[in-house]
Every structure is written in structure tokens, then in C-alpha cells.
Design a protein. Sequence first.
Length: 149
Amino acid sequence: MEFSLDDTYFMKKALQEAETAFEKGEVPVGAVITISGRIIARAHNLTEQLGDVTAHAEMQAITAAANFLGGKYLHNCTLYITLEPCQMCAGALYWSQISKIVFGAYDPQRGFSALGGKLHPKSEVVGGILEHEASSLLKRFFIEKRNLN
């Protein structure tokens, strides 16, 4: 059996980060950033823990990857994120010049594409990878949140 590190493999790693966020009471969004098939950053939402509306998984991952690489541009990097980036994160991804963005669940209300957000023209975007798994985790989180209130 041949083992390949494809978009599904890395999205599963992002889903693990989303599960960590879920366990912490954060909206379960997780991210990993890779370069040459190697994970260089892992992150999940920390908005509640940090009391910071900008502490989205993407923002945390961008910072970690930039620190790892020693520069602000994420050329030849791929972001795997369990939920379509919001407009704020799309802006940060634009400025990072990331090469590829792979997301799981679409966000028709707050996703960058629904709100007219733009990404860097050289960034490739792939949506819907493990969409069911990512969407199910988000739905479960919000159902549990509603039941607690």
C-alpha cells in the first residue's frame, strides 16, 4: 500500500486541530500550513481563550509559519483550514502571498467568497475537502452550545 501526503491527509491534520479547539470551547476551526509536504505550523481558534477577535486559526497559523520561515511571505506554502476563511483572514492570506489554500466547509454567511473578499491572484484555492467532517464538527459544536444556554 502506497502512502501519499495529499490534501485529504493534511485536512485530517487540520481537523485534529479543530477537535482541540472544540475541547477548549472554541469554535472548532483548525489549520495547518505545509511546505514541500512538511507541516510547519499548526493552529486552532483561540478567540475565547485570548479574548481576541483576531485569534482565528488562520491568523495563528500564518504567524507560526512566518516565524518558522523567518519572513512574512508564505511562498510555496499551503494552508489547510477546516472552514472557508473569513474576510479578515482572506486579507491576511492575501498579504502573506500564500501559494495555496485548501478548505473544508464552505461558509455562505461569513466566508470570503460570499462577502466579496479577495485573495492574492497567484493563490490557488480548493474548497470542499472533507467538507462533511468539518461541517459536522461545527454543527455539533453549535448544537451543544445552544443546549447549554
